[in-house]
Design a protein. Structure first.
Length: 259
């Protein structure tokens, strides 16, 4: 049985890539809600509704577990999905928080995410549960998702945006930053340029390592099936930005409102 992965759009492809690398024999089904992205600017009620539909679609494909490769859904809807779904569900918060808490030297951690993620306070809560003495500086970065989705990750616009958003984190002397939105690892070059002394934790990749450790035995063929709610053509155009290579995955369009 495959492992299901979903994101509001294409950011979760970084997690898919990491999972495919660690478990090359696992069959994977990816759903990117390209027709309704972004989620990060929406209300918790809407995010919950969309996330439940995304998960129900993956269940219809007989997945054995679900990775929510989206910071926004992980922070707003993880608990509700864990309670209501019949398969194990993983989000990006716990694995990334553990990696960040283990890597910081000075106990000062930054979190970058969408507006919905930062408003939820979930990363901060999780970090404090791991170690109550950590200092956490959280910054909502709403401009970064469109910068990535529209292909400006290597542009000066990206550099100026990440520099501006990193400033309060640099001022707070954080040595470790959680990229709490799965789109942000695409900006790693610019993030490193703006703050070379900071260790950036990729939350999607951390979660992929967590689910891979929980499901090490796979007897699939390593098939990767991608599904989107907008046209497959737009997926193909943008997917390479996330995967860092030309892909030739089978891409299917899904009527997500039916689920
Ligand atoms: N990939 C989503 C996340 O990790 C960001 C995009 C969105 O706002 O939908 O939060």
């Amino acid at each position: 049985m495959p492992i299901g992965i979903f994101d509001s759009g294409l950011g979760g492809l970084c997690a898919l890539k990491e999972l495919h690398r660690i478990l090359p024999d696992a069959d994977l089904v990816y759903f990117g809600d390209t027709g309704r992205t972004p989620y990060g600017t929406r209300s918790p009620e809407t995010i919950m509704k969309y996330a439940a539909q995304d998960a129900r679609f993956l269940l219809s494909r007989n997945v054995r577990a679900i990775l929510i490769a989206c910071g926004t859904v992980s922070t707003v809807a993880l608990n509700a999905l864990k309670i209501s779904l019949p398969v194990p569900v993983y989000g990006v918060v716990s694995a990334a928080s553990r990696e960040a808490a283990a890597s910081t030297k000075n106990g000062k951690i930054g979190v970058m995410g969408t507006g919905a993620t930062i408003s939820s306070g979930v990363f901060e809560h999780e970090l404090k549960l791991i170690n109550g003495s950590l200092t956490v500086t959280s910054v909502a970065c709403p401009l970064l998702v469109p910068v990535v989705e529209y292909g400006f990750a290597d542009d000066e616009i990206a550099y100026l945006s990440v520099k501006r958003y990193l400033q309060p984190i640099i001022d707070a002397d954080a040595d470790t930053v959680i990229l709490g939105c799965t789109h942000f690892p695409i900006l790693i070059k610019m993030l490193k340029k703006a703050a070379p002394h900071i260790n950036f934790v990729d939350s999607g990749a951390a979660a992929a390592r967590e689910i891979a450790a929980a499901f090490p035995d796979n007897d699939g063929s390593g098939a990767v099936h991608c599904c989107v709610s907008d046209t497959p053509a737009s997926f193909n155009k943008t997917a390479n930005v996330f995967l860092g290579e030309e892909i030739d995955f089978d891409v299917e369009r899904v009527e997500i409102e039916k689920y």
